[in-house]
Design a protein around this ligand. Structure first.
Ligand code: NAD
Length: 501
């Protein structure tokens, strides 16, 4: 009998709905659970629970809200091993990497512990005669997060950590491919002291997402996933009058300058291109060596490093990475490998047809390296989201700046160099949202903000940090005057727009 993963609404599990989806164990290639695929009626139940809880939570002072976050941090840490194993069993990433997924989310919870400070408004005393001006940040109400499969802990925590600390009620619609950890995260919030109804989890696919997009009581939506869906969420959500931020796919480039420390680069690239089977929006699936000498020297070092990678089941402590998420995605990645070869890429290491003894049904793809990939290849222009590294040789620095700048995606980029001037120029000129200088995966820390450009991000406000606080609140500005009662009433009656003189 398969375990069923239910919704979590109003502080309890909620079983409803005929339709269910399969949740796999990618290491074994077998279905291990089923998940409810909810409807508009299920969403309404979550909205009702949120509406009931919202006034009390919005009126709770920020310090008390922060205390829930402190409790939560301790609880998630205490449950780290169980959460990481559960996450790895549904996603396929190795357990150590799953701990990183949780830890990066917890760092946003740590930021949320400081919410009293972050919510402080501005104040101007004496903006005019006897007049003071101040601003306050107020919660939006019921808000929602729709998240992808590849970071089932970090991305939900990015969103609900800040949104809840700001005084909102939150409805999370996690990926239906690995939905267990999001539910556990919500249960732990209840244990941490969060009132029932402030964090709800509804499962589902397009039907549930469309219900969210069209629900009048939902004031804001944060989305992370692939670009076409991100664009759809942004368009329909904003057309319905909601505040929306929608982050999409990526194709991040790693520029290798001739003066780079190649041993370090190979080490960094191996982790950034193949870690988590390449299923990271901040992975580095494209390497751009500048000059053929750099390219040849890099390739010579890369090949043995790639051939030495250990692919294993998610509980193998020695494995560098595990399977991809499901059979359809494995086929998609292998099809892209074929496409790139057909387009004229030189297939240096071929990861297709990889099987692991004892786990023959697992969704594994071996590490793959292409050289001589050209910018007009479709396989270069699109996101593959697998353990595939494409080398695009650039004749000079200008080309290396142009390639990521002109690509349809603009999430992250890295440059490897010892030349501070080149790095500085690159960082200033490249048309991409997040830049690493000798840092292969430049995911900003929680108190800065995360967000890509072009088709990697729709909307204006980034995730977490102070941008997160701005996204999850609305600003009210108050202009006040307290007359002493002796004022000449004639002074008050001006018909022109008041100025401060
Ligand atoms: P996805 O777009 O398939 O799914 C994301 C969410 O959208 C899920 O909750 C899913 O249920 C929902 N969804 C799927 N199809 C839908 C449809 N037709 N209508 C409405 N909703 C739908 O993405 P994924 O495969 O889960 O995640 C991988 C993608 O996410 C990659 O493209 C990756 O680059 C991207 N990603 C981006 C970032 C970022 O910060 N930019 C971070 C992580 C992942």
């Amino acid at each position: 009998m398969l375990r069923t993963i239910d919704h979590f609404i109003g502080g309890s599990t909620f079983a409803s709905g005929e339709r269910q989806g399969e949740v796999f164990n990618p290491s074994q290639g077998q279905v291990q659970a089923s998940v409810r695929l909810g409807t508009a009626a299920d969403l309404q139940k979550a909205v009702d629970a949120a509406n009931a809880a919202l006034p009390g939570w919005a009126a709770t002072n920020p310090q008390r809200r922060a205390r829930v976050m402190f409790n939560y941090k301790a609880l998630v840490e205490a449950n780290m091993q169980e959460l990481a194993e559960l996450l790895a069993s549904e996603h396929g990433k190795v357990v150590a990497d799953a701990k990183g997924d949780i830890q990066r989310g917890l760092e946003v919870i740590e930021f949320a512990c400081g919410i009293p400070h972050a919510l402080k408004g501005e104040y101007t005393q004496g903006a005019g005669p006897g007049i003071d001006v101040y601003s306050m940040r107020q919660p939006l109400g019921i808000v929602c997060g729709i998240t992808p499969f590849n970071f089932p802990a970090m991305i939900p925590m990015w969103m609900f950590g800040v949104a809840i600390a700001c005084g909102n009620a939150f409805i999370l619609k996690p990926s239906e491919r690995d939905p267990s950890v999001p539910v556990r995260l919500a249960e732990l919030m209840k244990e941490a002291g969060l009132p029932d109804g402030i964090l709800n989890v509804v499962h589902g696919d397009k039907e549930m997402v469309d219900a969210i997009l069209d629900h009048d009581d939902i004031r804001a939506i944060s989305f992370v996933g692939s670009s076409d869906i991100a664009h759809y969420i942004y368009s329909r959500g904003t057309a319905n009058g909601k505040r929306v931020q929608a982050f999409g796919g990526a194709k991040n480039h790693g520029i290798v300058m001739p003066d780079a420390d190649l041993d370090q680069v190979v080490n960094d690239l191996a982790g950034a291109a193949f870690g988590s089977a390449g299923e990271r929006c901040m992975a580095l699936p494209v390497v751009v060596p500048v000059g053929d000498r750099t390219a040849d020297a890099l390739r010579e070092r890369l090949v043995p490093a790639i051939e030495g990678l250990r692919v294993g089941i998610s509980t193998d402590p020695e494995a560098h990475y595990g399977p991809v998420v499901n059979a359809a995605h494995k086929k998609r990645v292998e099809d892209w490998i074929q496409t790139c070869a057909d387009e004229g890429g030189e297939l240096v290491v071929d990861g297709r047809g990889f099987t692991l003894q004892g786990h023959e049904e697992g969704f594994f793809v071996g590490p793959t390296l292409f050289d001589h990939v050209k910018p007009h290849f479709r396989s270069y222009q699109e996101e593959i989201f697998g353990p595939v590294l494409q080398m695009v040789r650039a004749p000079d620095f200008e080309t290396a700046v142009r390639l990521p700048s002109e690509h349809q995606y603009g999430n992250g980029v890295a440059i490897f160099t010892r030349n501070g001037h080149a790095a500085r120029e690159f960082a200033a000129r490249v048309n991409v949202g997040m830049v690493g200088i000798n840092v292969p995966i430049p995911v900003p820390v929680a108190y800065h903000t995360f967000g890509g450009w072009k088709r990697s991000g729709f909307g204006d406000i980034n995730q977490h940090g102070m941008e997160g606080v701005r996204f999850w609140t609305k600003t009210k500005t108050i202009t006040q005057r307290w007359p002493d009662g002796n004022a000449d009433v004639g002074d008050m009656g001006a018909f022109h727009i008041p100025t401060m003189g």
